[in-house]
Write a protein that binds this ligand. Structure first.
Ligand code: NAP
Length: 356
């Protein structure tokens, strides 16, 4: 566990108090103008901040990046999905269904599965859950996948990763039919994502959420220099493919990259998916760059009742002073990942029933 003190204190609220934005209609004493950029009108304009009288002056005078509010955007997306699920049910009597298979008793995995189930409920998607013991044989897992594949009330199948080491991840991911591969991890979907002129049936949820945030905030990608830090199958690699499909020029930084700082500093857009708390410092960032921080890293925090808090891969406090926009952790990419999973499940159900 890494703790870098100067990066451990800040939160989104320090540079861009969410509460101020939401309830500022009351006491407005001063307005803080951020540099004008080509932000989309699709999201509320946060360019002008209302600052309460009690807010310390130092906050207002610091150069602050716009916060890319994944929690807010994901709520908009979920509301839309909820309306679509109702419309589909009324029109053709079909409710989208998502099946989640959890193997083993990892606490973090169990939490993710629980959150996915809750998210399904919140938008009216049916969820089916199977919990298998850690010593389950591969054939047992495959049997459940096959059952869900044959079940017309299931439109998406997700196997929670990581799997216990004796279960072959490749065989499991290959077994999910590409029509129900709402995680987008099947090699055929990934292959189509990589090929020009081909369309995957599904795109992996976390990278899709990153790109969605860029779109929603009107951040241009075409022709931009983008650096993706991390090359995992589930985040870094598909994120780079997606950016490339959007005509960005991509560099991928990984654990063997020489001069990662220098390469990252060339980027107009940085997607950090490393799993190293606060690795990307202010000096790594080109002034005005846009930062999407995928990392979720627990660091010690004596002030928290849990004894820890979550931070990203990017040193938020330093980045805020250099970047033009940044996702907070938590409240940035995380909520978007689940929203994209729901969206993929809805898309799958619509496709299966030819419902527009
Ligand atoms: P992963 O599979 O462990 O991959 C990490 C990647 O970072 C690897 O490609 C690795 O390079 C690279 N890397 C590691 N140390 C590095 C260093 N010092 N310099 C440069 N690159 C380095 O992790 P992941 O599954 O992609 O997840 C990354 C982070 O995102 C984690 O914090 C995870 O919790 C988070 N995450 C968040 C969400 C969300 O919804 N917000 C979803 C998924 C993951 P090599 O390939 O060379 O080993």
């Amino acid at each position: 566990m890494v703790v870098i003190s100067e990066c451990s204190a800040p939160t989104a609220s320090r540079c861009f108090p969410v509460s101020l934005r939401k309830d500022a209609a009351g006491v407005l004493v001063r307005r803080l103008s951020l540099p004008r950029r080509s932000w989309s009108s699709k999201v509320p304009s946060f360019r002008t901040l209302a600052v309460r009288a009690s807010t310390p002056l130092s906050v207002a005078s610091e150069a602050c990046a716009k916060v890319i509010d994944g929690k807010y955007v994901s709520k908009l997306i979920r509301d839309k999905i909820s309306a679509e699920v109702s419309r589909m049910k009324e029109a053709i009597g079909v409710v989208p269904g998502l099946a989640v298979i959890l193997v083993g008793d990892r606490k973090d995995s169990a939490t993710y599965v629980r959150n996915k189930k809750k998210a399904c409920e919140s938008v009216g998607i049916n969820s089916f859950e199977v919990q298998l013991p850690a010593d389950s044989r591969e054939e047992e897992v495959l049997k459940f996948i096959s059952g869900f594949d044959d079940d017309p009330s299931v439109h998406g199948i997700l196997v929670q990763l990581p799997l216990p080491s004796h279960v072959n991840e490749q065989s499991i991911l290959n077994a999910v039919s590409i029509e129900k591969d709402v995680d987008g991890f099947h090699p055929l979907n990934v292959g189509r994502l990589a090929m020009r002129g081909r369309e995957p049936l599904f795109v992996p949820c976390t990278p899709k959420g990153c790109i969605e945030l860029l779109h929603r905030y009107g951040i241009g990608i075409k022709g931009k220099r983008a650096v993706v830090i991390g090359r995992s199958n589930i985040v870094g690699m598909p994120a780079a493919l997606l950016l490339q499909r959007e005509d960005a020029t991509i560099s991928i930084v990984h654990s063997r990259t020489q001069n990662p700082e220098e390469i990252t500093r060339e980027a107009d857009i940085i997607i950090a998916a490393v799993g190293q708390a606060n690795m990307v410092r202010g000096s790594w960032i080109k002034p005005g760059a846009v930062i999407i921080d995928v990392g979720i890293n627990p660091v010690e925090d004596s002030k928290s009742s849990r004894g820890y808090k979550l931070v990203g891969d990017v040193c938020y406090e330093e980045a805020c002073k250099v970047a033009s926009a940044i996702t907070p952790v938590p409240g940035g990419v995380g909520p978007m990942t689940i929203a994209m999973l729901l969206s993929n499940t809805l898309t799958s159900a619509k496709r299966a029933h030819n419902f527009q």
